[in-house]
Ligand binder design. Structure first.
Ligand code: NAP
Length: 390
């Protein structure tokens, strides 16, 4: 293995990826912002650098796998960044998921110093990183792709060259767009089946044999049926990815109606404190619990989504058909207009499943029986005519 490799970013994804390169016999130098995370790889034979700049100066191929666009800009262009150490003729490969626009800007700056760049975001999650089965979406010059391909082959199974620099990030944005909207569709479909009295497990099985078949329906659909909302990917990172999707659409004048909806749902999840490594108690198992009166549940649902609802807010929510007696409405306004108490003492990783858990639970909340009160109808028709008139 003649190419010397530098690897920056030893998080959930980067740590196993760098490990595969060490195991494959490459001379690997690692750098991580939190220094302690390099120890395990150094024990396995990697060297540790003091800065991205120093690492790049002794690497033929420098790989970055950090969180977000500003982080890539920092490790690349900062005062101790890769740009200031990389030698002409070397290659920089960014495997993080970031903005295609920023990617092209970094590549332009590197090119001024005679350094080549590929963008190579991945799909396949932590499992794919550990098992070296990632899908890798690559943009950049074909001859540079060919040079780095043997390295990619140690990390992934499906490796596709998609075009010029930035093409990999555009492809990844497309991936996240399809994934987020499919998740929403599956969550709504299985919930609707349940509420309509049809077994959602049978609905899933039936759909898997037709055009609605997808990996999301297969895997996440099963998890929804099992009430398994254990996370697989941080909501914070998906929120970031939806920002990239929307920016990419805007850069080409493309309206993304579904993308905007998904982006807003992730914003709501972030506002509810679901983005990082902690989640509010009560969003997980067993909510809404039986002790909450049915008439109050719509209020709790809106509070789960970060709102402080009054009756008029609830009656405007398309998500819910409200049929609540006046006395219940008054009680609900009185008792649930307070800010929602959030208990962050429970350190549970909050990743993608939680948003869909909230959505599914919101859709599932049973409604009280009985005819709709007259005032509810008035609210609904006034609201819909106002929307239609805009
Ligand atoms: P992660 O576990 O949060 O790790 C992020 C890494 O980036 C850490 O090593 C962190 O250093 C480093 N970092 C963050 N900001 C930095 C900065 N300003 N300067 C220097 N280093 C910085 O994230 P991950 O899950 O590995 O994801 C990495 C990338 O892969 C993201 O772009 C993500 O969207 C993408 N991705 C993730 C998955 C997945 O399932 N996790 C799947 C596909 C793609 P510290 O250790 O010091 O915090």
């Amino acid at each position: 293995m003649s190419e010397r490799i530098g690897f920056i970013g030893l998080g959930i994804m980067g740590r196993p990826m760098a490990g595969h390169l060490v195991d494959a016999g490459y001379a690997v130098t690692v750098w991580n912002r939190t220094r302690g995370k390099t120890a395990a790889l150094v024990e396995r034979g990697a060297a540790a650098a003091d800065s991205p700049r120093e690492m790049a100066s002794r690497s033929d191929i420098t790989i970055t796998m950090v969180a977000d666009t500003p982080d890539v800009l920092e490790v690349m262009l900062g005062s101790n960044g890769v740009l200031h150490g990389a030698r002409p003729g070397s290659v920089v490969v960014d495997m993080s998921t970031i903005s295609p626009v920023a990617t092209r800007e970094v590549a332009r700056k590197l090119a001024e110093r005679g350094v080549e760049m590929l963008d190579a975001p991945v799909s396949g999650g932590e499992k794919g990183a550990i098992e070296a089965t990632l899908s890798i979406m690559v943009g950049g010059k074909p001859e540079v792709f060919e040079r780095v391909l043997p390295v990619f082959q140690k990390l992934g199974r499906l490796i596709v060259h998609l075009g010029e620099i930035g093409a990999g990030q555009v492809t990844k944005a497309c991936n996240q767009l399809v994934l987020s909207l499919t998740l929403l569709g599956v969550a709504e479909a299985l919930t609707m089946a349940r509420k309509a009295g049809v077994d959602p497990a049978k609905v899933r099985a039936a759909l898997l044999g037709g055009f609605a078949q997808s990996r999301v329906l297969e895997l996440h659909g099963q998890r929804m049926l099992d009430r398994n909302f254990e996370p697989g990917f941080r909501t914070r990172l998906y929120h970031k990815d939806m920002g990239i999707v929307m920016e990419t659409g805007r850069s080409v004048g493309m309206p993304l109606l579904g993308g905007a909806l998904a982006a807003q749902l992730y914003q709501i999840a972030m506002n509810r404190g679901l983005g990082g490594d902690r989640r509010p108690r009560g969003i997980g198992a067993g909510w809404p619990d039986a002790s909450v009166p049915e008439s109050h549940r719509p209020f709790l649902i809106l509070r789960t989504f970060g709102m402080r609802p009054q009756w008029k807010d609830v009656s405007r929510t398309a998500l819910l058909t409200i049929r609540v007696p006046e006395s219940h409405r008054q009680r609900a306004n009185a008792s649930h207009a307070r800010p929602c108490p959030v208990d962050n003492s429970e350190p549970v990783p909050a990743r993608i499943g939680l948003l869909w858990s909230s959505a599914v639970r919101a859709l599932e909340a049973p409604l009280p029986a009985g005819p709709p009160p007259a005032r509810t109808t008035t609210h609904a028709s006034r609201d819909s005519s106002r929307v239609a008139g805009r």
